[in-house]
Write a protein that binds this ligand. Structure first.
Ligand code: EPU
Length: 345
């Protein structure tokens, strides 16, 4: 018998923001954490299990073998409230930006700088989403998970998640065994606004801006530079900014005197990947239906490509070009899922 949550169509084209043609053997919608134990057990005989949130940070090949679990677990519950600080438990399937707006309207501060980031709450800790001087890691109190193999549930403290720049344990072998079902966020009615990011500070006219002004400023900055994935296929930044040691930064600066270097995590140096790509005149270049955005050189946008191939091919060309010119290897930000189409011989 087919369970109610096994969807009849395995078509995932509407479930990835690049709008790529992709088909899975089985697709199962998960709307409650308690379904997962059974769903994982049922999926075993069918091969690999892929977990999908909003599909906003993936490049999907056409063939997805095995089972794709669509994480649609909803819910926002107040777990603690001392009148100032609040712990909010949020289901992995909640939309990130809707959550940011909801918190803002309820006077629960700390997330405004992360407005308009596409994707789901459950995907946010995986790549430790960050923008305009804030990373989600600063607001995470705990991550609720279930283990794919043992089916054990666990509540991971922030230290166990090993958050780094666009990275966490969930991207690496052991941590990738955990499936995120909910996230506990620490919010604060009295949190000060965060204006560390120079472009945001510049945008805000007042020396003492309100949370409303910061939210509006972040949203306007993003809307100018980053295309709306509902209108234009994209995954935001396609590459991470390389992080270098002080010494490596000095060597690069000697080679390229005007390269912008920023303070990075752990006293290291962050290089603007957008600038490197821009310097090599990639902005606006189009190949096989994928283009380097005119508005931001770190963003690739779709203009007709239906499959993953052209995205990965343009990305590989950019990586090779940056490596050749600057000796730096750019790392892709989105995850690549599935297998290229099997060509019949
Ligand atoms: N720049 C260029 N050419 C461009 C765009 C930018 O030379 O076409 C240079 C400028 O010097 C600019 C610098 O790059 O000052 C930094 O640009 P921006 O402020 O847009 O930040 P970013 O480092 O390119 C990162 C995140 C974004 C996030 C912004 C704002 C990564 C990989 N990307 O971009 O995150 O919104 O900072 O905080 O860290 C995402 O991850 O999908 C994403 C959009």
């Amino acid at each position: 018998m087919v369970s109610d949550s096994v969807l009849e169509s395995g078509n995932l084209s509407g479930r990835n923001t690049l709008g790529l043609t992709a088909h899975a053997d089985r697709v199962v919608a998960i709307t409650h954490a308690t379904q997962l134990e059974q769903a994982l057990t049922d999926a075993r005989p069918f091969g690999p299990i892929t977990v999908l949130g909003g599909g906003s940070n993936v490049v999907m090949h056409p063939v997805q073998r095995g089972t794709v679990l669509l994480m649609d677990i909803r819910g926002r519950t107040l777990r603690a409230d001392d009148g100032g600080r609040v712990v909010l438990r949020v289901g992995a399937g909640e939309n990130w930006h809707e959550l940011v707006l909801w918190c803002h309207h309820h006077g629960l501060h700390g997330l405004a700088n992360l407005a308009l980031i596409p994707g789901s709450v459950g995907a946010a800790p995986i790549q430790n989403i960050g923008a305009y001087g804030v990373e989600i890691a600063q607001r995470i109190r705990a991550v609720h998970v279930i283990h794919r193999e043992t089916l054990a549930t666990n509540v991971l403290a922030p230290e166990a998640c090993q958050f780094r720049y666009r990275d966490s344990c969930f991207k690496h072998e052991e941590g990738a065994q955990w499936i995120i079902t909910a996230v506990d966020l620490q919010l604060d009615r009295a949190a000060p606004v965060c204006l560390e990011y120079p472009a945001l500070k510049e945008r805000l006219q007042s020396a003492d801006p309100t949370h409303d002004a910061v939210l509006a400023g972040v949203m306007s900055l993003r809307q100018e530079k980053l295309p709306d994935p509902v209108v234009t296929p994209n995954v935001g930044s396609f590459f991470k900014n390389p992080v270098l040691t002080q010494e490596e930064g000095d060597v690069l600066r000697e080679r390229v005197s005007d390269v912008p270097l920023f303070p990075g995590p752990g006293g290291r140096i962050k290089v603007s990947a957008a600038w490197l790509i821009d310097r090599l005149a990639w902005r606006g270049v189009e190949k096989q239906g994928v283009k380097v955005s005119e508005a931001h050189a770190l963003v690739l946008v779709g203009c007709g490509a239906q499959t993953a191939g052209p995205w990965l091919s343009l990305a590989a060309d950019i990586v090779a070009s940056v490596e050749g010119a600057f000796g730096l290897t750019l790392e892709m930000e989105p995850r690549v899922l599935g297998l290229p189409e099997v060509v019949a011989s």
